[in-house]
Ligand binder design. Structure first.
Ligand code: SF4
Ligand code: SF4
Length: 392
């Protein structure tokens, strides 16, 4: 979100400015249907201890959540995970959401998809499929995903997405191991006739934070990638190709933080596989008690739960945010990032150059200049490693 990518997660929505004083309605509902996934990306944004969480919501519980979300005003529903295709009831969930009037989006690695399922999803009313790639090279893609078949399967499914008339949205999470091949990535997207491409530099949450050293590109890698992307934009536009290339820079190279989720509890609501309702898909890591949809209605959660009210407004702010004239732009930045890096979620996001902890970001940038690329250093996102984190 914009932790963008199938960092195991969708692009952060941009749905207008929130009302600072009160809160709006949740326009964007993200259903993280499962933490199960056949791949093991070291940049996945799922929680490190995902193996420790309870059972998944049932079909009926999900449909009930969707209806409650719709009643609250949500218009867009993303099916995410983990890998949402693992859910055997996905078609039922798509059909139900479509009938409720949602614009539906499947965020998938493509692994587990086939022509028949894609056609069934289409018939059930699915509007949009976003396929994520790990790299443009088969060997790098398969190394990162942990599957020898993943790359060819993704290619096949991406072609099928186009053949079946869905908008073609591709997502590449970029990092120091693949960003130098940005030209090849764009060429591949052109070959696949993509309509939209997210070239989203990894954001460092969950497994990505654990692997930040091996993922964070250098400034020169980033600048080169952005320059090449701009050159392609011009070249493709001049040739009449309508492809949209969206380049997302990691906030580690910014001096001001992102206005996370357009404001806490303003437009976005995510529900985890076990029913936790969150204002942001990373927020589970915070020391806040978040409600569960099995115990409270979405309306009550949205309006009254301490979790959703926690960072609304600005009364929670400390200096330098409290007296900052930019606080209505970025709301103090990302609370998860403040928590991960400083241990205090009320601190300003250290990405901000006004933060007393900004040196942590500068040090990470400096470290990126000298790190030796070594994929054997990755901690891959899988059940075994997750159990180690869950044990503490
Ligand atoms: S492991 Fe990879 S494919 Fe699976 S959810 Fe995480 S980022 Fe997506
Ligand atoms: S001090 Fe706080 S509010 Fe001001 S720009 Fe930095 S993070 Fe944003």
């Amino acid at each position: 979100m914009s932790n963008s990518p199938c960092n195991g997660s969708p692009s952060r929505p941009n749905l207008g400015q929130p009302n600072e004083k009160s809160h709006g309605q949740p326009l964007w509902l993200l259903a993280e249907l499962t933490y199960k996934c056949p791949l093991q990306c070291p940049y996945c944004s799922n929680p490190l201890d995902f193996s420790d969480f309870g059972g998944e919501l049932s079909t009926q519980q999900w449909l009930d959540v969707f209806q409650q979300g719709r009643d609250l005003g949500a218009v867009q529903l993303g099916f995410s995970g983990g890998e949402p295709l693992v859910r055997q009831d996905l078609i039922e969930l798509i059909g139900g959401a479509h009938e409720m009037g949602y614009y539906t989006n499947l965020i998938t690695s493509g692994v587990g998809l086939n022509e028949r399922k894609m056609a069934e999803f289409h018939n059930a009313g699915l509007d949009h499929i976003q396929v994520s790639f790990q790299a443009s090279d088969e060997s790098v893609n398969n190394m990162l995903s942990g599957s020898k078949k993943a790359f060819n399967q993704k290619l096949k499914m991406a072609r099928e997405v186009k053949a079946q008339g869905y908008p073609m949205v591709l997502n590449f999470v970029t990092h120091r191991h693949n960003i130098d091949r940005i030209d090849r990535i764009i060429e591949l997207c052109v070959e696949l006739e993509a309509d939209y491409v997210e070239l989203a530099t990894c954001q460092y949450y969950g497994w990505a934070f654990e692997n930040v050293e091996q993922l964070l590109p250098t400034r020169s890698q980033l600048e080169r990638a952005e320059r090449i992307t701009n050159e392609y934009r011009e070249k493709l536009a001049a040739a009449g190709n309508p492809i949209k290339l969206i380049f997302v820079t990691p906030d580690y190279y910014e001096e001001r933080p992102k206005g996370c989720m357009n404001g806490w509890g303003q437009v976005f609501l995510t529900v985890t596989p076990d029913g936790k309702a969150l204002p942001c898909h990373s927020a589970r890591m915070l020391p806040i008690e978040f409600p569960n949809v099995a115990e409270m209605t979405l309306q009550d959660i949205w309006d009254n739960s301490p979790g959703f009210n926690h960072f609304r407004g600005d009364s929670w702010m400390k200096e330098p945010c409290r007296s900052c004239d930019e606080k209505e732009k970025d709301f103090g930045g990302c609370h998860c990032q403040a928590y991960m890096l400083t241990g205090d979620m009320y601190n300003a996001d250290p990405v901000c150059s006004k933060s007393e902890h900004h040196d942590l970001i500068v040090n990470a940038r400096n470290a990126a200049e000298t790190v030796v690329d070594d994929p054997s250093q990755f901690t891959f996102r899988n059940e075994r490693n997750s159990k180690v984190f869950a044990k503490g």
